[in-house]
Design a protein around this ligand. Structure first.
Ligand code: SF4
Length: 150
């Protein structure tokens, strides 16, 4: 799996101050997507031990509420295994911190995946430009849902 960025102290992608991982790879190709540079799974750089350590160093900080994984799509076929493993490790080490997951898939279509044992909040569905609503919190279009699983 490749990734584009790890953002620290983010307030736009979930509750509280968060560390946010932007993964590479998405085949939903939503019209007017804000991150089309992440569609190519080969874009960005390799998600390696250094990247994992960077995330864990942030989660070690008391004031950091948790991890958000977005992209790209964390559930893209080339990403789901790595993101599942990362989420499992984060939950084991930081059971009181939350994991938010953004995906272009509709939750009901993917809810059997192992990863949802570790996810606290999923923001689901493709971005639909005709349903764009800038007043919505955490999401870009009104078809998308913020689903609290825990
Ligand atoms: S699912 Fe997200 S990253 Fe993928 S095309 Fe749609 S808006 Fe862009």
């Amino acid at each position: 799996m490749n990734y584009h960025n790890i953002i620290k102290d983010d307030m736009l992608n979930g509750d509280g101050l968060r560390v946010v991982l932007f993964v590479s790879g998405c085949d939903h190709h939503c019209f007017n997507c804000h991150n089309p540079e992440t569609w190519d799974e080969l874009s960005g750089i390799a998600f390696d031990e250094n990247a994992i350590n960077e995330i864990f160093m942030e989660l070690d900080k008391d004031y950091v509420s948790g991890l958000t994984v977005t992209g790209g799509d964390p559930l893209y076929h080339n990403n789901v295994e790595t993101v599942t493993e990362l989420s499992r490790k984060v939950k084991e080490k930081y059971p009181d911190k939350t994991i938010w997951l953004y995906t272009g898939f509709v939750y009901e279509d993917v809810k059997e995946l192992e990863i949802f044992n570790y996810i606290d909040v999923v923001v689901d569905g493709p971005y639909i430009d005709e349903m764009r609503d800038t007043s919505l919190r955490w999401r870009g279009s009104s078809n998308q849902r913020v689903i609290r699983l825990s």
